[in-house]
Design a protein around this ligand. Structure first.
Ligand code: PHE
Length: 363
């Protein structure tokens, strides 16, 4: 056995015996580091004759490669061991049954949002988000509400007391968003068409009675491409409403309306009956308003940097409490936010009841 073979066996044994990653690193440095034993022998090559140098150089390089490969192999083993150890140590027993006295409930708003996300996801929409605290530009100006426009007053806006720096550094009066439509603006400012998003979230208006609370939820929809038209908007909402309310022949009625950010604009009613004071959804001749929609106004596209001569699309917005009340027969909007456990037990959903279009959306 040559001296090199002896060294090799010694180094490989050290590497093979390294019990953890720190010791392995010590062994690697002792062999291949700046002051390592193989490195030291490399440095001595300069003192040899050309022939000796070639031979010894080749042998040393082979040794170096072999040692490096052994370090890598040992490292892989130690890392796998470490992962195994952690998986064992951090194991969580998910098979424990839920104790009935602590069983929680899913709030009907959360359930409704999950349902609507499942339906729109099936139609190719992704979910977008924006902040609750907005500036005037995103909530109004970019949505074609000119300064001083009376439509701004319709929203009973909550303004924050102090001006804060906006996205562009300028100090602005901030507000609580009065609708989810500013997410349209944020999406169009950052994404390039085609765009197909829904934006569920909290919205705020200074209002309080049987059918209004200062905080409520909306879901916004936005589709921008080169071809989508009113017919697509209609088809999309018909499909959504029929799936969500689980009424196959639910009729929808589109009535002309006005929103500054859509042209033309429409309000949508669904068919119902109010006979005997009881509300039933379906083709019964009576109507109930549920949402607003329209084709995105060219001014909005332009304010968001989208070429309105090339792109077009539609938007819609609806109140989540409202559709939840209709679907689950909840009579008073205010009860959603009273945190009454008896109410939640009555209307809430069990946690494992995850909505999906395939399995059916509700119990
Ligand atoms: N933002 C409108 C509202 O809150 C609803 C809407 C959204 C209307 C999108 C048209 C298009 O009343």
């Amino acid at each position: 056995m040559t001296a090199l073979d002896g060294l090799k066996n010694e180094l490989l044994a050290q590497i093979g015996d390294a019990a953890d990653l720190a010791r392995l690193e010590e062994a690697r440095v002792a062999a291949l580091g700046k002051k390592g034993r193989v490195t030291a022998m490399m440095k001595e090559l300069g003192g040899l004759s050309p022939d000796e140098r070639r031979e010894q150089g080749q042998a040393l390089n082979a040794l170096k490669d072999e040692v490096a490969a052994a370090v890598e192999a040992r490292r892989a083993v130690l890392q796998a061991d470490e992962l195994d150890r952690r998986l064992r140590a951090e194991r969580v027993d998910v098979t424990l049954p839920v104790r009935p006295e602590v069983q929680g409930r899913i709030h009907p708003i959360s359930q409704t949002m999950d349902e609507l996300v499942a339906i729109f996801a099936e139609m190719g929409f992704s979910v977008a988000e924006g902040p609750d605290v907005e500036d005037d530009f995103h909530n109004f100006t970019a949505l074609n509400f000119p300064p001083g426009h009376p439509a701004r007053e319709m929203h009973d806006t909550f303004y924050l007391p102090d001006a804060a720096p906006g996205d562009d550094g300028e100090r602005k009066r901030m507000l609580l968003r009065t609708h989810t439509s500013p997410v349209q603006v944020r999406t169009m400012l950052t994404a390039t068409p085609p765009i197909r998003i829904i934006a569920p979230g909290r919205t705020y208006r200074s209002d309080y009675d049987m059918t209004h609370t200062p905080m409520f939820h909306q879901v916004e929809g936005l589709v921008i491409d080169e071809k989508s038209h009113m017919g697509h908007l209609k088809g999309c909402l018909v499909d959504f409403c029929r799936a969500f309310f689980d009424v196959d022949d639910l009729p929808l009625r589109f009535r002309p309306s006005f929103f500054p950010f859509t042209e033309p604009s429409a309000e949508v009613d669904i068919g119902c009956s109010r006979k005997g004071g009881e509300l039933k959804l379906g083709n019964y001749g009576d109507w109930l308003e549920i949402l607003g929609c329209g084709m995105v106004h060219p001014n909005v596209l332009e304010a968001c940097g989208i070429d309105s001569t090339r792109y077009q699309g539609f938007a819609f917005g609806m109140g989540i409490e409202r559709i939840a009340m209709l679907k689950y027969g909840i009579p008073d909007l205010r009860t959603f936010f009273e945190a009454d456990l008896r109410w939640l037990k009555h209307y809430g959903f069990v946690p494992l009841d995850i909505p999906s279009v395939a399995r059916g959306l509700t119990r």
